[in-house]
Ligand binder design. Sequence first.
Ligand code: ADP
Ligand code: MG
Length: 498
Amino acid sequence: MWDTVIGIETHVQLATSSKIFSTGGTKFGNSPNSQIDYVDVGLPGVLPVLNAKAVELAVKFGIAVGGQIANESIFARKNYFYPDLPKGYQISQFEKPIVVGGSLEIKSFDSSVFNVPLVRAHLEEDAGKSVHDGVENFFPGFSGIDLNRAGMPLLEIVTEPTLTSAQEAVAYGRTLHNLVTWIEICDGNMQEGSFRMDANVSIKPRGAKKLGVRCEIKNLNSFRYLEKAIRYEVARQIDIIESGGMVTQQTRLFDPVKNETREMRSKENSDDYRYFPDPDLPPLIIESDYIEQVGSTLPELPDHARSRLSKKWSLPDDLVMSICSKKQNLIFFEESLKYWFRLTSLKFNFDNPDEILIRRSKILANWLTGELFSILNKENIDICESKISPKKLSEVLIKLEDNTLSKKTAKQLFSLIWNGEKGDINKIIIDKNLNKIEDDSAVEDLIGEVISKNQKMVNEFRSGKEKALNALVGQVMKKSGGRAEAKDVKEKILLLIG
Ligand code: ADP
Ligand code: MG
């Protein structure tokens, strides 16, 4: 019956060490009003000076999304009153933003691909914060104004209204988050507000050309909230229209506790803000040489890395997505592979991967997404602080590849190293008795023992209970201290009792 139409505006806090127009610091969580400068508190007679780093990061983004970097862009004053805005206006860009157009290619987990065109990306300053009910010892019992955030550099990235569902919106949000952290223009910390999304939502009769009246839901700082807020809002609008009413243009807030959106104010239009060029800031002129120079500092983009891993290396989609969800993951992955090649005296070729590279990359990818990522997650450690290095991991995998270790003992070795076991890997294997039982007859002895002691299970298996076989394998594995290969054990047992 209804089409959903969504456009997203994202405020990306740029990773600079000082504010966009002043020397104030940009750390998160400092005591209120401890990192402010005259400009941030709006004292009369002080002038803003544009932070060159903020420009560089915005240009980086523009190039990465294939947008046009404006040769001339203009800072404008957006006028409104709010206690956390001492100047009475926010410096933003209006008619001439720094980046025009560009797009993002989105790959969902179900492998479907769609393109999200961007309208623009513009530079602006953040406002301060009203703090209610006091903060620790600072404003007990009162509301206060904390201007630490005033003047933080933001890049606001605006999409065309082409997203059609909450899932698409989330996929877009994740892809954008992945990109801005990958190219290191933003720390991506959503709890601290470094990446905040506004969702503009409307509905229209299925297939209609004309867009419906939209509501804007402000400041969604998690993908879960983004999804919930959109779902709620779509249902609310459908309800209104189907019961004969009309949606009014509004700015709404999402309440995660009640799981609903509610009105904050009726939506203002841009003329309400009386935008005009800021007389304190000259036009920003960007030359093509500069764009080229900034472009040369960009790393391989996530998009490209993803298609390289899946097309050239034939890695399955889920592994590709998981490895490319973070640049540091990809670096760890490729470092490990490189060591694996170097230590086995093979030449490593990224661009024309041969059979061995393809086989090893798949084994490694499974180890990363399985063993490594789960322990990082569990211990809440960043991959840069991994307690096993790419080199050590590759050493473990070499021992698995040459059959010194079984899968099980390789995992044991991984966890020993993770927990601080140092030194030569061969020595650890001997000291801890991890090497695989190579001797077939030794494994067969163990199997014989287990079978004769567990006739009941054998009979169960023979009468069709598949699980009994796994139980037998488990017993043999246990007796071998994990040093037999489960797959071989299973085959051998089947030969005897199958
Ligand atoms: P404003 O600056 O007043 O918020 P814009 O026209 O710049 O308004 O649009 C802001 C966002 O709203 C954009 O992402 C745009 O794609 C989206 N948008 C505009 N019209 C609609 C609509 N009818 N339904 C859903 N989203 C919309
Ligand atoms: Mg808006």
